[in-house]
Design a protein around this ligand. Structure first.
Ligand SMILES: Nc1ncnc2c1ncn2[C@@H]1O[C@H](COP(=O)(O)OP(=O)(O)O)[C@@H](O)[C@H]1O
Ligand SMILES: [Mg+2]
Length: 495
């Protein structure tokens, strides 16, 4: 295997199969050395980042890779029921240690699971595991004994029997599982043992476990809205207000104590909260329009309240204050969109972070050709549906990269870094190889793919001589040069 980062020339390899692909996602980004350096700095120092440049140059890749260079989140965000004022649930932060401690406590309170045959006979019968007539054991979900065909008498400590149980289950009220309480004499004193139905097994709860359970039940009910184990990367592209800022769901039963769902359970975190201790990536930030204001507030306060955002919903009355949202903002946009970024947000990013202009080309050097080889291998492996490329095919792709640097960016002796499009070309060449049943992508597949993958504008030029003369042939007079408001530019135009 050959590592292109250590340098390589074309004769070093036969096919891209031999090329090593870096494990670190940041090292898979080619030609954007400055952006990567700054991204690493932003991750280390907890700064914001604005990536500016044309599509397909690696902005999303860098944002995602940056998040992997952050330490793992150490805090979990929880909303706790507020018994005095249920519509104002409180927020609580739990550390990894708190979470671990509670998991252990719960394990303690879980009791022991036993086979129904190990339980006292009368317990197994009352919980519906054993047929009182013939003594056969079966699942409590079967109301009739599968051996003798007699109905099993099942104890469900609830006067409405299973009917009410299933209704309340449908409304999300968890009825306690059927249980049988017994007493035993041990060490000269009476001890309580509770047996509980637990699927195909029976759960045994002794006094210590019951005590633990009571302790846990005394604690206030809560809901984890941002779990400890989460990805430190949250994408908020084209997010709606509720996706971005959180919501409190509607409850058709208006929080009715039995039928409804209590307010704290209906609280949902927004992207700003989910990105706590991680990266909030907002691609095409100007598409957020007015919502940019809220991002600014969230960045300034590092907290953002969650409230029901539909005024018609019962959730609108509920509000959770001070929900933490301490994130690194990585925003991306095209050069043309720069004026549409909310200016205080932009100065906030500059004031506490960096703006980076993405490169669109890199010099055509041996070193950079080696990076192209790595890129081609990466794209092939990532796609998974196309074969590797032979050296001649790789050279043809590099030549096309060189042509594009000249045609699109006017750069001589350079290679394009508009790599999403070039990736499209590689996939098209791969598809052609697959159609032909070829074991590798060959030069001829690349040549053909270049023709196919050509933008329609270029195809028109080739066919009609120029784009304009193509248009003249294609439209009738009434359709010519229409006024389209969406092509208006400038601050007064359509936004
Ligand atoms: N600098 C780069 N290095 C390697 N691959 C790239 C690079 N830029 C773009 N690509 C390829 O193009 C795809 C799209 O890139 P992306 O990061 O989404 O671009 P952007 O966010 O700038 O529009 C990537 O998944 C990758 O396959
Ligand atoms: Mg992108």
């Amino acid at each position: 295997m050959i590592d292109p980062r250590k340098g390589l020339v074309m004769k070093d390899f036969e096919t891209t199969e031999e090329i090593i692909i870096p494990n670190d996602p940041l090292e898979r980004v080619i030609g954007q050395e400055e952006a990567i350096y700054i991204a690493k700095m932003a991750a280390r120092q907890h700064r914001n980042l604005l990536l500016v440049g044309p599509p397909g140059t690696g902005k999303s890749m860098i944002a995602q890779a940056l998040s992997l260079h952050l330490p793992r989140p150490t805090e979990e965000i929880v909303v706790v029921q507020n018994p005095q004022n249920p519509e104002r649930p409180m927020v609580e932060i739990r550390t990894a240690e708190d979470v671990k401690k509670e998991q252990e406590e719960q394990k303690f309170a879980e009791g022991k699971l036993i086979d129904p045959k190990e339980a006292p006979v009368h317990v197994a019968e009352r919980l519906g595991y054993r047929c009182p007539k013939c003594g056969a054991y079966s699942s409590p979900s079967e109301p009739v004994c599968p051996v003798c065909g007699q109905p099993k008498i099942v104890n469900t400590s609830n006067p409405f029997g299973d009917i009410f149980g299933s209704i309340s289950a449908a409304f999300g009220i968890s009825s306690a599982p059927p249980r049988v309480t017994t007493t035993v004499y041990e060490e000269g004193r009476e001890k309580v043992i509770v047996y509980e139905r637990a699927g195909e097994k029976i759960r045994v709860l002794d006094e210590k476990t019951l005590e633990k359970r009571r302790e846990i039940e005394k604690k206030k009910p809560y809901k984890v809205i941002v779990p400890l184990n989460r990805k430190p990367f949250v994408l908020a592209t084209g997010a709606s207000e509720t996706e971005l800022l959180g919501d409190v769901r509607h409850d058709p039963y208006g929080g009715h104590p039995q039928l409804g769902t209590p307010p704290y359970k209906r609280v949902v975190a927004g992207a700003v909260h989910e990105a706590h201790q991680g990266v909030l990536f907002v691609d095409e930030i100007t598409h957020l329009g007015d919502l940019q204001r809220h991002i600014l507030t969230a960045m300034q306060e590092k907290k953002f309240p969650i409230t029901g955002r539909n005024p018609q919903s019962a959730g609108a009355a509920v509000k959770v204050d001070d929900v933490p949202c301490d994130f690194i903002l990585v925003a991306a946009c095209n050069i043309q969109d720069l004026p549409n970024i909310l200016s205080p947000l932009r100065s906030r990013i500059i004031g506490d972070g960096y703006e980076v202009l993405m490169e669109t080309t890199m010099p055509d050097s041996e070193e950079n050709r080696a990076k192209y080889v790595q890129f081609i291998a990466q794209e092939i492996v990532k796609d998974g549906k196309i074969p590797h490329a032979k050296r001649d095919a790789v050279i043809a792709i590099i030549e096309e990269g060189r042509r594009r640097a000249k045609a699109i960016d006017g750069k001589d002796k350079a290679l394009t870094l508009r790599l999403r499009d070039l990736g499209g070309l590689i996939r098209a060449a791969g598809d052609l190889a697959v159609m032909e049943g070829s074991k590798y992508i060959e030069e001829k597949h690349v040549k053909r793919a270049i023709e196919i993958a050509m933008p329609v504008e270029d195809k028109i030029e080739k066919k009609y001589g120029s784009l304009e003369s193509g248009m003249m042939r294609d439209v009738s007079k009434s359709q010519k040069s229409p006024y389209n408001y969406w092509n208006e530019s400038g601050p007064d135009g359509y936004q």
